[in-house]
Design a protein around this ligand. Structure first.
Ligand code: G3I
Length: 330
């Protein structure tokens, strides 16, 4: 109990994405979250499709439930996410003009952030704005927002968010910054260009969410990642690790060996970030291998279960949990 109590007082708060409904269904899951987490975020409960499935009809039940659980257990809840290319209900994808896009985006942000004003401090306002292969030309990721409003859809989202809750931490959240390939370099450059543009237009932005869906078979580009975070820090921005996990479909099958590589990748990732700036918080995208998005897209050819998260499917802590706790304790 003492060790667990200490885990709740880490210098850098640790937390996890929570899957809808599982806290209510699975007491072991709920207990693991209570034991380890200082912060939670809904894996899907604040996505547009959940919150506003029909135009003008808002449903906060799932996110309210998680916030109640967090509050009761002394945790903070982050908001994920307000504007994204994915996770939208069909009606959003049929938006047909700039005016309609503007009206709906503003209404959504005002209503959702307004509902949680003063209760949710940190928001992923813009999620995944940069394309996967920005070298091929398309720097911004295609979306209904980009199509109608151009890249400055992000300006509108951030300005609206700042007006709704001037106290909130406004975050842009994206992935692949740790990759050493052309892909990683191009993503970092495109992202920095975007942030420079925002700042040149005086758009409010406080932090960058480094998702950290690490491809386990690729070593972390530590110098590249450190330089990237240093650049963000020099622009006055904080960083958060928002969605850490290690995708292990191409790693060896043997559990100990695999868990060791996973832990090392995460350590390299966290150390490379902290070499430039300590993150505000560290969240993994789930807490147990029992509930993870990874096998949906990255299942293993040998049929073995994926092990991307800090607790195994029986809630036993793995080497990845030690790495995170050591990092966050300092
Ligand atoms: O809830 C239904 C379930 O009833 C049904 O049986 C099942 C059948 O496929 O689908 C379930 O819903 C799925 C849900 O995940 C379950 O958690 C949705 O189809 C599926 O689209 C949804 O995927 C989520 C994905 O974002 C898209 O919203 C993943 O859980 C979630 O982990 C993933 O999270 C994203 C972040 O938001 C942004 N960064 C990357 C990250 C990983 O892809």
């Amino acid at each position: 109990a003492t060790a667990l109590a200490q885990q709740r007082h880490l210098a850098i708060p640790y937390g996890a994405a929570i899957r809808d409904g599982v806290i209510a269904e699975d007491p072991l899951y709920a207990q693991a979250v209570i034991d380890y987490c200082q912060v939670v975020v809904g894996e899907g409960n604040l996505k547009w499709g959940t919150v506003q499935p029909e135009r003008g009809t808002f449903d906060f039940q799932l996110a309210d439930d998680l916030l109640a659980f967090a509050t009761k257990n002394g945790m903070e809840m982050r908001g994920h996410c307000l504007v994204w290319y994915a996770g939208n209900p069909d009606w959003v994808e049929t938006i047909a003009s700039a005016e309609e896009a503007r009206t709906e985006m503003v209404r959504h942000i005002e209503t959702v952030m307004g509902h949680y004003k003063g209760r949710v401090r940190s928001w992923d306002v813009v999620n995944e704005p940069i394309a996967d292969a920005p070298t091929t030309g398309a720097v911004y990721r295609d979306s209904v927002w980009l199509k109608h409003l151009g890249p400055e859809y992000a300006d509108l989202a951030l300005r609206t968010a700042a007006a709704v809750d001037p106290e909130a931490q406004l975050v842009i959240n994206d992935y692949d910054f740790e990759q050493s390939s052309d892909k990683g370099r191009a993503k970092r450059k495109a992202f920095l260009d975007m942030v420079r543009g925002l700042q040149s237009r005086d758009v409010p932005l406080h932090a960058v969410g480094l998702q950290g869906h690490i491809q386990g078979q690729i070593p972390i580009d530590k110098p590249g990642l450190t330089a990237f975070v240093a650049e963000l820090a020099s622009m006055g921005l904080s960083v958060l690790v928002t969605e850490l996990d290690v995708i292990d479909n191409l790693l060896p099958g043997a559990e100990l060996e695999r868990d060791g590589i996973i832990a090392q990748r995460a350590k390299d990732y966290l150390d490379a970030i902290a070499a430039a700036k300590r993150p505000d918080m560290v969240l993994t995208w789930g807490i147990t291998d029992k509930h993870t998005w990874v096998p949906i897209w990255f299942s293993r050819d040998d049929g073995l279960p994926n092990r991307p998260l800090p607790l195994d499917a029986d809630y036993k802590p793995k080497a990845l949990m030690d790495v995170i706790q050591d990092f966050c304790a300092e």
